[in-house]
Design a protein around this ligand. Structure first.
Ligand code: HEC
Length: 137
């Protein structure tokens, strides 16, 4: 497979994965299940960068991003040993979904800076999947 063709395939895989996450968050219909299946297949491809929240390596990567980008200076998240109080606590936060976190981290809001220029979309997706996974409910 040429690298260009691979890149295109990887992009489609990522898009499908994102769509499946969004649809899964809404509860899912039968066509959503087809998309989720396609996304699961895409996620199984190596090197797509798609976040697989159940993969321990992705959890570790998400925790590193959380720590390295200073999220913990402003937010509480027990899994990362973070006790910041500038922004809302992420533990026990009912707002948290993949899309919501991606949106806040990408665009910022109020006192929260945008991280779009510092992290890639893949990294932001990995970070968001990590927070969704580990935040106390
Ligand atoms: C300088 C402090 C600061 C940093 C650094 C910061 N945030 Fe925030 N964050 C905030 C503040 C303040 C808000 C509330 C914004 C508002 O709603 O006006 C917020 C809101 C949020 C929200 C929405 C919470 C809710 O319930 O509304 C999420 C999710 C979030 N931040 C995640 C992150 C992540 C992940 C990082 C690291 C990439 C990060 N933040 C870095 C200050 C910060």
């Amino acid at each position: 497979m040429s690298s260009r063709r691979f890149a295109a395939t990887a992009k489609i895989g990522l898009a499908a994965f994102g769509a499946a996450l969004a649809i899964a968050a809404l509860g899912g219909t039968s066509s959503a299940q087809d998309k989720a299946k396609a996304a699961a297949a895409a996620a199984a491809l190596p090197a797509t960068g798609a976040p697989a929240a159940s993969d321990p390596a992705q959890i570790d990567k998400g925790r590193d991003l959380f720590t390295n980008y200073g999220c913990g200076n402003c937010h509480t998240l027990g899994d990362a040993g973070a006790t910041g109080h500038v922004g809302p606590a992420l533990d026990g936060n009912a707002n948290l979904s993949q899309d919501f976190i991606v949106n806040r981290v990408t665009n910022g809001q109020g006192m929260m800076p945008s991280f779009a220029g510092q992290m890639s979309q893949d990294e932001i997706a990995t970070l968001a999947a990590y927070v969704v996974k580990v935040a106390q409910k």
